[in-house]
Ligand binder design. Sequence first.
Ligand code: B12
Ligand code: SF4
Length: 576
Amino acid sequence: MRIVLIHPNYHSGGAEIAGNWPPAWVAYLSGFLKAEGFTDITFIDAMTHHLTHDQVRERLVALQPDVIGATAITPAIYEAESILKVAKETCPGAVTVLGGIHGTFMYPQVLAEAPWIDVVVRGEGEQVLTDLVRCIDEGRWPAEREKVKGIAFADGNGKVVATPACPPIKDVDRIVADWGILDWSKYVYIPMNTKVAIPNLARGCPFTCSFCSQWKFWRDYRVRDPRKVVDEIEDLVRNHGVGFFILADEEPTIHKKKFVEFCEALIERNLPVLWGINTRVTDILRDEALLPLYRKAGLIHISLGTEAAAQLKLDRFNKETTVAQNKKAIQLLRQNGIVAEAQFIVGLENETPETLEETYRMALDWNPDMANWAMYTPWPFNDLFKELGDKVEVFDFSKYNFVTPIMKPDAMDRATLLDRTMHNYRRFYLRKTFLGYPWIRDKVKRKYMLGCLWAFAKSGFQRTFYDLGKVGYWGPQSKKNVDFHFDESRTLTTEAARAPHNAMWKTMHRPKVKLPAANAAADARACGGGTEQMEESRAADVRACGGGSDQLTEAQMDAVTAAQRAPRERASLQGD
Ligand code: B12
Ligand code: SF4
């Protein structure tokens, strides 16, 4: 059984400006498959190596695989579909598989527009792909495909079939990465000029922000044994030259005890590695006294979902934080020598030049080390999308990338939105360049910040930042000529729009804050499915483990984790 995994050659000018990042999905899938006896796996990183379709075709001709899988986040979906078309043309006998977030929720549309894709793997991939590969290996494909949990396929009679969701992997310590499958030569983090990795400590998120797709995707919050994750990091450092990593986690710090264990194990091993995370403001406030420990463990960069300068917007995002908390968290991080990055989401229908200006003033007031203005991107499977209705007019998913204004604000055109956003970036980083970074006393942090500045500058020269070269933006004077090149022929199919409501897709929690009345009925289904919602008492548990203003004590967190592990209860949550 020969398996080839492909990362599609899609690019957009956001996080990529910091370098080439190794695809964690490949390492985790490969590790799991190998442990189950499927060891003939090759990875083609078409993204990092900018491979053309012909170059990928050549590799496939030589490899002649039995299974060819590609990943797709939403903006990469068309490129993933195209590369799987190449795969089908080149190896017609191979089973073509799509995995990742986009297909998980949008499989009806994907299978209709790319009929050469044999199967979509929905959600967490390790178990499902292994079951699928075993089914193929044992000659039971396609006759017994309906027995493989967590997949979707077209049955040949014009019907799309989605099998029941596969339960999230309970014993997450079974997931051991195979980082050796990657060719490490190109995965360099520009700010530190060192190799970079993206290991996973925890999966999922107990919160339910209305603009976010991740809490729905993983369905359950689980943490790996911190010591085993540190073993993995030690392997990355010693055997692959990694000097910096970010945790792939949505919410790495909510299980405080495990996160502290993780930091302590890193301190014990004394590895020459710095790292970063994305996390929530409320966790930073909770962990004020622990921040020196986190820094001692090498945690140098924390990106905070501060999201908005106005409380109304935070509430609309179901963020469960306050503007005052945002400011305080940034101060705490800076006091502890940790780079604080504030993330704002801009570009909803009610954005105006004034509200954009407010975010800039807020950034000055909070004084984070870095600030980031991401364009609101209306994933059709998130809760806010339903509220927006026909205000979302662009369904060219290749532009759903946080740097292209998908929504047109009522009070300005998209080019103005981009221009005002760039205005914020220019002012913010100009100030930091002259009045901020060079004067940072802590040598490690100063070097890191100057490295970040270099990465920004490089992408500025290359016109890759925010895809400015592609859209023709050269400053305010060029606004009239900016063209986002939306493919207007792309639409959202009704079936796909409904897919997230699939009753088999159960999430362990549901939105904790009341959503706008118009959505309430649909939303309850979207996250949990049908009438079999989690009972109220469970919702309270989840709230305790993640949400609201009340954080759990360590003992309570352990109790909740233990309860969550109880098989009977778990089965009921997972709809088994
Ligand atoms: C690391 C990361 C990156 C890295 C990517 C590194 C890489 N080469 O893969 C970098 C920094 C480059 C990056 C860039 C971008 N990212 Co990013 N990124 C992440 C992050 C933080 C972690 C992803 C990760 O590795 N997770 C861990 C792995 C194990 O999970 P996974 O990828 O989902 O894979 C599992 C399943 O999906 C499934 N699976 C996945 N692929 C496949 C394939 C097959 C065949 C099968 C069977 C299964 C399968 O199995 C895997 C194991 O269970 C997530 C946020 C988050 N916390 O998840 C955002 C996230 C994925 N990024 C996102 C976006 C939008 C982007 C950018 C467009 C933003 C920008 N403009 O910079 C770019 C696009 C880059 C590109 N060219 O594709 C969004 C995608 C949302 C969506 N609905 O599509 C996310 C979810 C962030 C968010 N807040 O919404 N990103
Ligand atoms: S805290 Fe909110 S934005 Fe962050 S992963 Fe959880 S649900 Fe998504």
